[in-house]
Design a protein around this ligand. Structure first.
Ligand code: GDP
Length: 395
């Protein structure tokens, strides 16, 4: 699995450039370690320095702020909810940082004027070149100006996506008005067909429209939208893209886990922490301190940290202690005897190796820090899935 850039958990989306992984393999096998290290260092640097800028445009009321908040996993009433972003006074563009990953920013662009609209000057005004992709948001029909803008964006070699919001309202209304004949699939199909037809009529070839509800991001077309984004991004940007997604589905949790696994793998290779004998040894006090660091970081990324658990416990109408009792990661390092932890990790390492085979198809094993990190990751990701299922069943 770690050897494969396109593993199943990620829906075939690769995170490490295949040719780079091939170079690592061949330089390692030929014993050119200096070269291997330099490839790995560069890959890690690229991943860590990746910056992602997502632009949203659409008329006022279309649902831009709501989407920005949902995407960042920020509640509407939270302190850093959209509408309190940083406004660039010269351009009237507002940016919203991701709370955990400040390299990821969503930009709320000013609405497009109706009269004498010039896409070129608009794009210049909003500093077009800084965005990785554009979302053109509408809660009704896309307007001629949206299309002009999309054409210009395409002409400049950037990607745009038409996003039709608030489909939950359409479904609700249809169900109320036609309870006997209502079929969700048919309603969604009709909305999409309408949008596509309209876009074609005003000149967009082979348009693609994503239907979403920002109140139910896990439903409708958001899962496809995020995978389509990811595929279009260069591999080194996919890491941070997946990490910053809200923990709203098992699929996203698996994708996050996969990108972190690959990052751990690179780090382990970089540290030269591999050996020709399988993992042995007992977890000691100093290992525990390091593990605590990993664990805390993963818990934040997967929403299993204390602050998030506190919020979740309110939603579930349980105490924080009751919620923690459902999970493993909060108790992972409180086990008194480190020997017990060692045994757990050893077992995990054995299973991991037997399932995944030798890394790089070579008889190479990693030392315990590699497996202990993976074990923490696995435990936290499983906890995230438990929380998700509890939250879903409480609705
Ligand atoms: P903006 O002006 O484009 O930023 O629009 P807002 O995000 O402020 O949304 C305008 C209104 O539409 C608000 O009352 C939102 O709660 C509501 N809204 C936005 N997106 C959705 C959605 O997907 N579903 C529903 N039901 N309401 C939405």
């Amino acid at each position: 699995m770690m050897d494969d850039c396109n593993n199943e958990e990620t829906g075939g989306i690769g995170f490490l450039p295949r040719e780079k992984v091939e170079s690592i393999k061949s330089t390692l096998q030929q014993g050119r370690l200096e070269e291997t290290m330099s490839i790995i260092r560069k890959m890690i640097e690229d991943i860590d320095n990746a910056v992602l800028n997502i632009a949203l445009t659409g008329e006022s009321g279309a649902g831009k702020s709501t989407f920005i908040n949902a995407f960042r996993g920020v509640g509407h009433e939270d302190e850093n909810a959209a509408s309190t972003g940083v406004v660039e006074t010269t351009t009237n563009v507002t940016s919203y940082e991701h709370p955990e990953f400040p390299n990821v920013k969503l930009w709320d662009l000013p609405g497009i004027g109706t009269r004498n609209f010039q896409p070129e000057s608009y794009l210049k005004q909003v500093s077009f070149s800084r965005y990785d992709f554009f979302l053109i948001i509408s809660s009704s029909r896309f307007r001629v100006n949206d299309v002009k803008l999309a054409q210009k964006i395409r002409g400049m070699g950037k990607k745009f996506y038409f996003v039709r919001t608030k489909v939950d309202i359409d479904l609700y209304n249809e169900k109320k008005s036609k309870p006997k004949t209502f079929k969700e699939e048919n309603v969604l199909q009709k909305i999409k067909k309408n949008c596509l037809q309209h876009l074609q009529d005003i000149g967009i070839e082979e348009p693609q429209v994503y239907l979403i509800s920002s109140f139910e991001l896990e439903s409708f077309d958001f899962p496809k939208l995020k995978d389509d984004f990811a595929k279009e991004l260069p591999e080194h940007k996919r890491h941070v893209f997946f990490l910053c997604l809200p923990n709203i589905s098992n699929n996203i949790i698996d994708q996050k886990k996969a990108v972190i696994q690959q990052r751990i793998w690179l780090e382990a290779l970089k540290a030269g922490a591999w050996a020709i004998v399988p993992f042995v040894g007992v977890i000691k006090g100093e290992d525990i301190a390091l593990l605590e660091k990993y664990l805390t970081n993963y818990q934040r990324i997967f929403g299993v940290d204390d602050a998030t658990l506190c919020k979740i416990s309110k939603t579930l109408k349980k105490s924080s202690e009751e919620v923690k009792a459902l999970l493993k990661s909060p108790h992972l390092l409180t086990i008194k005897k480190h020997k017990n932890i060692s045994e757990k990790f050893l077992k995990f390492a054995e299973v991991f190796c037997s399932v995944n085979g030798g890394l790089l198809a070579a008889p190479l094993y990693f030392r315990k820090s590699y497996y202990t990190q993976l074990y923490c990751l696995e435990t936290v990701a499983n906890d995230a899935k438990i929380l998700l299922s509890k939250l879903c069943s409480s609705v």
